[in-house]
Design a protein around this ligand. Structure first.
Ligand code: HEM
Length: 213
């Protein structure tokens, strides 16, 4: 298959697009809190927090979709953007956490402890955040080289992180589960695709080993 080249300007366009949601969240929240506007409605801290949480999940799904999309289309140039999108997902998640810890509970440990008892799904979110740290630390080219095959194994953790994010979302919304279930379906399809590739590879490898020399 002929290699398909990356469209011109794609890298810049991608970075600009990825900067839009956090820029909207930061400017909107600052304007609502300091200037009394209502971009995020009557409860801007909660709404801003939700906005960032939803964008984190979207970006996690997009990160996981890069490899299947590359394999389906042959657009191999997509591979190098997976890291950028994943790092932005971590950035969104950090902002979601900042909105919660600094603006919502305002680093008040008594409030935080009460909140954790009332809303245990926050533990799931925290676990996802902690699990993302080794992925960020090992995202450099030097670490990819150093870890070899273990790098890919470690980065499968992104599926666990996304699943924790979906359960956290479902528990946070409680009633209307349409959105969390849609994300769960997308993750199942992506995971199904991966599993089918792995099993195909394993079958080919077994046939190669079993074939007469
Ligand atoms: C991968 C990790 C995470 C993802 C994907 C995620 C995503 C979300 C989503 C989609 C929502 C619901 C938004 C809505 O109702 O429309 C939410 C709510 C929430 N998240 Fe996260 N989150 C994550 C991690 C965290 C962390 C680390 C914390 C803080 C320690 C956190 C705290 C909260 C809280 C407190 C709410 C509920 C806000 C409220 O209704 O009062 N999340 N999150």
């Amino acid at each position: 298959m002929r290699a398909i080249k990356q469209p011109r300007g794609f890298s810049v366009l991608l970075i600009v697009a990825l900067c839009i949601p956090p820029a909207l969240a930061i400017t909107g929240l600052a304007s609502d809190i300091l200037g009394g506007t209502r971009y995020f409605g009557s409860n801007p801290i909660k709404e801003g927090e939700h906005f960032l949480g939803r964008w984190t999940l979207r970006l996690l799904v997009v990160t996981l979709a890069v490899t299947p999309l590359r394999q389906l289309t042959g657009w191999n140039w997509l591979a190098k953007h997976r890291r950028t999108i994943g790092l932005f997902a971590f950035g969104y998640l950090t902002l979601h956490w900042i909105a919660y810890a600094f603006l919502d509970v305002q680093l008040d440990w008594t409030d935080l402890k009460k909140d954790l008892l009332k809303r245990p799904y926050i533990y799931l979110g925290m676990t996802a955040l902690v699990l993302m740290i080794p992925l960020v630390v090992t995202s450099t080219k030097a670490m990819i080289r150093r870890l070899g095959r273990n790098w890919a194994r470690l980065h499968r953790l992104l599926y666990v992180i996304a699943i924790l994010g979906v359960i956290h979302y479902a528990m946070a919304v409680k009633k209307d589960l349409t959105d969390p279930l849609t994300y769960a379906l997308m993750l199942s399809l992506l995971f199904g695709w991966r599993l089918s590739r792995w099993s195909r590879k394993a079958t080919t490898a077994a046939r190669t080993v079993g074939s007469p020399v």
